[in-house]
Design a protein around this ligand. Structure first.
Ligand code: UGA
Length: 438
């Protein structure tokens, strides 16, 4: 294979999930010929009809454009996809096991498929978040099961895309990490990303794998830190938003990921923090700091519900509106969303819950108890409510007409799980206000 700068590579992205699908569309947009493969035949046939399996801003446009151009193809046969590709990005799920470790079955399956279909040089690249030393296992598996003497390199190129911002994160990354000991693999990966103006960090595979775990865990720690500070602010009568703002002006701290609230959720932080605790333990280090990061996070949800209980006293029969359910704005992803615990806690107390989210489809599959109802608009949910909770800072909720809400509620109480409003404004509009340290 000749390697030229900006050459269109034949790329296969395995996994059409929240990492794989946006990445496949973006690689195609960079001019590569991309096959996105997934063993979920239903998902693939829907994608061929240009129906997206989940909502991600700007992704659909890129998929449609590149599919029509012939740069992006969808296949349910992994064997065929691998045979036809030079570079295989693994973006399959690594879901958590009950003990916190990552289930690597899907990764191993891809390694076997590569070994079966090694019809020439191939570069296998881990994109999914995987425990350190997984790259080595992939190398060993391919070497053990391959049937030809074709050469295969393995590299780690961890993904730092955020849901809801995946496309812009792809094109404007803070850094691209390439973990490999092969010059050839490094050159190919540099060429694949050549059109992006990004800082590239080259390391060995183990280090690249650890960079991903350390980055996600550090961000989770930052949020848990400010959430712990929010508790002290509540006790001391201080304002955590001002504390965070002033801390963030210090370049060494930075203002990002310092918003206190009901804590982090989603498919990445919860599972990656667990997996990092697990891997560290396995390697011989007890990562107590991360265990506390986790505890602070989950405690924040209970603390929020207790605050509501303190105000409303008996929750049984009270009408509570819950606005914003996804784990963060601009996604319909409900995996490990803080709203799951909060709705569950309120529901168990017998409150009548009226839920609203701009993208409610996933949430509807989760919240099925008799006392949980879905409303078409935020105002429908708030009508007659004794408390209006905000759990996700969707734009449409940030802009909500609070004067209108004040007119339709039964009791004017706002519980702001994301500290998204200003206390003085809310009080001026005639509400009581619950927030977290603000
Ligand atoms: C996270 C990382 O930010 C990405 O870099 C990484 O690629 C991704 O995981 C992954 O491993 O695949 P994501 O899970 O999409 O991305 O979401 P974030 O934007 O990081 O937010 C995570 C959670 O933290 C959300 O529930 C959010 O509401 C919460 N959060 C975030 C706060 O509570 N406070 C903050 O200040 C920031």
């Amino acid at each position: 294979m000749s390697i030229k700068k900006n050459t269109g590579f034949k790329i296969c992205v395995v996994g059409a999930g929240h990492v794989g699908l946006p990445a496949a569309a973006c690689f195609a947009e960079l001019g590569h010929k991309v096959i996105c493969a997934d063993n979920d035949a239903k998902k693939i046939s829907a994608l061929k009809k240009l129906k997206m399996p989940f909502f991600e801003p700007d992704m659909e446009d890129l998929v449609v454009k590149n599919y029509k151009k012939g740069n992006l193809e969808f296949l349910s046969s992994l064997d065929e996809a691998i045979k036809r590709s030079e570079v295989i990005f693994i973006a399959v799920g690594t879901p958590p096991m009950p003990d916190g470790s990552a289930d690597l079955t899907a990764i191993e399956n891809v390694a076997h498929a590569v070994a079966r279909n090694l019809n020439g040089y191939k570069l296998v690249v881990e994109k999914s978040t995987v425990p350190v030393q997984t790259g080595r296992k992939i190398e060993e598996t391919i070497a053990r099961y391959k049937k030809t003497d074709a050469v295969c390199d393995v590299a780690s190129n961890p993904e730092f895309l955020r849901e809801g911002k995946a496309v812009s994160d792809f094109f404007y990354p803070d850094r691209i990490v390439i973990g490999t000991s092969s010059r050839r693999a490094e050159t190919i990966l540099r060429s694949i990303y050549a059109k992006l103006k990004a800082r590239i960090v080259v390391t060995d595979i183990n280090t690249a794998e650890l960079i991903k775990h350390a980055s996600n865990s550090f961000l989770a720690m930052k949020i848990s830190f400010i959430n712990a500070v929010s508790r002290v602010c509540d006790l001391a009568g201080a304002d955590v938003k001002k504390v965070a703002q002033a801390m963030g002006f210090d370049k060494r701290i930075s203002p990002h990921f310092l918003s206190a609230g009901i804590g982090w959720g989603g498919f990445c932080f919860p599972k990656d923090v667990e997996a990092f605790i697990y891997i560290s333990q396995k390697l011989g280090y007890d990562f107590n700091l991360l265990k506390e990061v986790r505890n602070v996070n989950y405690d924040q949800r209970k603390y929020f519900v207790n605050k509501i209980k303190e105000k409303l006293w008996v929750l049984k029969g009270k009408k509570i509106a819950v606005l914003g359910l996804s784990f963060k704005p601009d996604t319909d992803d409900m995996r490990f969303a803080p709203s799951i615990d909060i709705v569950e806690l309120l529901s168990r107390e017998g409150a009548e819950l009226f839920l609203y989210d701009p993208k409610p489809e996933e949430a509807k599959k989760i919240f099925t108890a008799k006392n949980i109802h879905f409303s078409k608009t935020a105002y429908d949910a708030a009508k007659g409510a004794d408390c209006v909770c905000f759990l996700t800072e969707w734009k449409g909720l940030l802009d909500i007409d609070l004067a209108k809400v004040r007119r339709i509620v039964n009791h004017p109480l706002i519980a702001d799980g994301r500290n998204m409003f200003n206390r003085a404004d809310i009080v001026a509009k005639g509400f009581e206000y619950i927030a977290l340290g603000a």
